[in-house]
Design a binder for this molecule. Structure first.
Ligand code: SF4
Length: 429
């Protein structure tokens, strides 16, 4: 049986309407959701009320689609490691406020449980909310601040990222485990509509964190990353974080840091999360010892990419070139693929993605939920018609069938996984 639609009273109280089954949004359309695509809302998930929006449901009696007039629409923010298959379906009033930079997955209620149409795409537990002990984090952060009193980067990571933004990666650093974030760039050569570290004043929404305000030195980077690589389980250090601009604009400092790091330790993976805009800089980092790259994109199609990223002095083709270069050095390559139901699973996008995988020898797709107001996004990039769509689950299955060695996930893999039996979590479905 399909879950019932949810609505809110506008005061943060959420109710089910048992006269309507929940539907899902794909592009501009509201669709019924196949029963086998619902899962219980995973631990760490949240529910949002969507002001100025009425949910669209299917009448349990007539089977007709109609609005839920009882209150505002409701959506789910699903936790990392899960990919949403449909967004919340609703009708937006003309004066409705733009929604902040979160993902808005469909949600429903059945048998005393909240449900979402999603898949667990990654078994790695590095951002499971159950794994974060507040006391251990507080003492770990205090220890790092005391150990590196003059290191501006450690001060930023612990005071801002860990203790203020509660960034999961910075919290893992305070706990001395897994992936360590290394932001480095106050500037960016793109102007993404949904940038999470910088939003123009004229926009009504705000960025979820402030951008770094200084340029760390190679010495500041090396000082805390070498001990992390030496002592952390499944150690990774990752340049390119949500609290900065584009790290490739700091490639010389990053190159010098990598060279110095590798003089002290060969452990772990050195990764860069980037917009992939500077292939020559990527080559220099590979020469220095970069192990892995993750290139972010909202699409494998230039016509969808460019109006969103609004790049300065680089072009869409540079992304593929950066991926190819890392592969040519034997490095691991991922795309940070912003999943938007109705765009990502369009036939045109599927064909473009197949070409990108073939052309670059891509190792992994990180199927990430796109944290953006759907109406605002499609309006800003001028998409009125998304074309024929196949459904995200079917698209994932087709890609998996054609490229069985291509890994699916949500996080940058450790060297142990890259070199080990990187079981494809997709197989767990
Ligand atoms: S590439 Fe990153 S930092 Fe630059 S504008 Fe886009 S989201 Fe913001």
């Amino acid at each position: 049986m399909s879950p019932f639609i949810l609505y809110s009273d506008g005061n943060g109280n959420i109710f089910e309407d048992t006269s309507l089954y929940a539907t899902g949004r794909s592009g501009w359309d509201a669709l019924p959701i196949p029963e086998d695509e619902w899962i219980e809302l995973p631990e760490g998930g949240n529910l949002y009320e969507l002001p100025g929006r009425r949910g669209i449901g299917i009448d349990v009696e007539t089977g007709e689609m109609r609005l839920c007039e009882k209150g505002w629409a409701v959506a789910a923010f699903i936790p990392p490691a899960h990919t949403g298959l449909y967004m919340a379906a609703y009708e937006t009033a003309p004066d409705a406020p733009t929604l902040p930079l979160f993902c808005y997955t469909a949600a429903g209620w059945l048998d005393d449980q909240f449900y979402v149409p999603a898949v667990r795409i990654e078994q790695d537990i590095r951002q499971e909310c159950a794994g974060y002990d507040e006391e251990e984090i507080a003492s770990g952060a205090a220890h790092l601040l005391k150990t590196y009193p003059n290191n501006r980067l450690v001060q930023h990571l612990m005071n801002n990222c860990c203790n203020t933004y509660h960034c999961p990666a910075a919290r893992n650093l305070s706990l001395g485990r897994w992936e360590c974030p290394v932001p480095s760039s106050p500037a960016c050569n793109a102007n993404c509509i949904g940038c999470i570290s910088f939003q123009p004043l004229e926009e009504t929404i705000v960025s979820t964190q402030d951008r770094l305000t200084f340029k760390p030195t190679p010495e500041e980077i090396v000082e805390f990353t070498v001990p992390h690589l030496e002592t952390a389980p499944f150690p990774i250090i990752s340049f390119g974080q949500g609290c900065e601009g584009e790290p490739l604009l700091m490639w010389e400092a990053i190159r010098d840091a990598i060279v110095e790091i590798r003089k002290h330790t060969l452990k772990g993976s050195i990764n860069i999360n980037t917009n992939g805009s500077k292939p020559d800089a990527v080559r220099a980092l590979c020469e220095a010892g970069l192990n892995s790259i993750r290139v972010s994109t909202n699409s494998a199609r230039e016509k969808i990419y460019t109006p969103y990223y609004r790049p300065n002095n680089y072009v869409f083709e540079d992304l593929a070139e950066s991926l190819k270069i890392v592969r040519s050095y034997g490095g691991w390559t991922s795309i940070n693929y912003f999943v938007f139901p109705g765009m990502t699973d369009s036939v045109e996008e599927y064909e473009a993605l197949r070409k990108l995988i073939r052309d670059t020898g891509l190792c992994m797709i990180q199927w990430r939920n796109f944290n953006i107001d759907p109406d605002w996004y499609m309006g800003k990039i001028g998409v009125t018609e998304t074309g024929e769509c196949m459904g995200l689950k079917q698209m994932m299955e087709l890609i998996h069938e054609e490229f069985p060695n291509l890994k699916f996930g949500y996080f940058n893999p450790s060297m142990e996984r890259i070199k080990g039996n990187f079981e494809n979590d997709f197989a767990h479905w």
